[in-house]
Design a protein around this ligand. Structure first.
Ligand SMILES: Nc1ncnc2c1ncn2[C@@H]1O[C@H](COP(=O)(O)OP(=O)(O)OP(=O)(O)O)[C@@H](O)[C@H]1O
Length: 333
């Protein structure tokens, strides 16, 4: 049976009139990689701060590793490593010296600190640079050193805030592989807050979608996809040199096309079955020159797009979002 390592119950945080986190209920299991997703200002950072005991909830409770983060913050801090999007190091110290310094702050003996530092530098692929000053590190190297830095106290949970920001694609791939391996090999629980849907989809076992302080959906990418796109298992994306309203209407009329979204010269079609030949033929008959046609199953990109359609800031609310918020309010979530 799965064991909850993070438990949020009716967690609420208000800043004056502003409700940053609104009655959040969430359970994260030991060894799970959980993705926190949501637009800016959705309440992700506030939730993380309450989890690690750096912010006090207005009401509700947060328990991490069995400890109440508000009443026993030191117990929680011992067990949780937090990697912010830009880690601060002593730039004049070497990578190894920085790690040993952090270990010593966490009351690890000098001998043990050296052993852990060497082993972690190897683990994150920085052995070759361990005597190099942290100030000379590239962004990707700094993030890998950051990961070693949060792991040196041997936490049970690591929380990563946009950890791959500014890293090149190869570096991102390596970094994500490393996180996945750590979780699988050592049962480490990982909480990843990110806007990079593709990356989240690659490594997270489960994701939670936050909007305006509420968790509006949570589950595996497959279950969210099933929930949102029932009856529309296939997405066809088609691009043409130009699209007219008549063309869009003609495509809408094709059997098994259930939903049509238009984005400049691109159409996204939610379909009950593969009708790409009919779509291509219809557009060509209408005088369009096709510049691209792809088929895919729904992923996190489409899920996110669906949920956050028209809501790229706190102040704009699309109808979909308004509907979901109403649903969330009815369910009291
Ligand atoms: N110290 C504070 N005082 C007042 N309001 C705050 C404070 N911290 C956060 N907020 C507000 O609470 C809301 C949630 O902010 P939070 O930083 O948790 O969002 P987020 O999802 O982490 O956003 P981002 O993706 O931009 O980091 C926002 O409206 C923000 O302006």
């Amino acid at each position: 049976m799965s064991e909850a390592i993070i438990e949020l119950v009716d967690l609420t945080k208000k800043y004056g009139e502003k409700t940053a986190v609104n009655q959040l209920n969430l359970s994260i299991n030991k060894g799970e990689i959980f993705g926190l997703l949501g637009p800016n200002g959705a309440g992700k950072s506030t939730t993380i701060l309450m989890m690690i005991g750096l912010s006090e909830p207005t009401s509700g409770t947060v328990k991490v590793c069995g400890f109440n983060s508000t009443r026993q913050p030191m117990m929680v801090k011992k067990r949780v490593g937090y990697l912010p999007d830009d880690v601060g190091f002593y730039d004049d110290l070497s990578a190894r010296e920085n790690l040993i310094y952090t270990a010593r702050l966490n009351r690890v003996s000098a001998a043990e600190a050296a052993v852990r530092a060497d082993s972690l530098l190897e683990r994150v692929g920085l052995s070759h640079a361990k005597r190099q000053k942290a100030g000379t590190f590239s962004r990707g190297m700094r993030q890998r050193l950051g990961l070693a830095d949060v792991l040196i106290k041997q936490p049970e949970i690591i929380i990563l805030d946009e950890p791959t920001l500014g890293i090149d694609p190869e570096g991102v791939r390596e970094f994500l592989d490393l996180i996945r391996t750590l979780s699988r090999d050592e049962g480490l629980t990982v909480l990843l807050s990110s806007h990079h849907l593709h990356q989240v989809q690659q490594i997270c076992d489960r994701v939670g979608l936050f909007v305006q302080g509420r968790l509006i959906a949570e589950g595996t990418v497959e279950s969210l996809s099933r929930e949102l796109f029932a009856g529309e298992p296939l997405l066809i994306e088609v691009e043409a040199d130009a699209l007219t309203d008549d063309m869009v209407e003609a495509v809408r009329g094709i059997e098994h096309v259930l939903r049509v979204e238009r984005e400049e010269r691109r159409l996204r079609l939610g379909c009950a079955q593969d009708v790409s030949p009919q779509v291509a033929r219809t557009l060509v008959e209408q005088g369009a020159a096709l510049t691209g046609l792809t088929k895919k199953q729904y992923g996190l990109d489409e899920i996110y797009h669906r949920y956050f359609e028209g809501s790229d800031s706190n102040d704009r609310e699309g109808s979909k979002l308004a509907g979901l918020k109403a649903k969330a309010a009815r369910q009291g979530t």
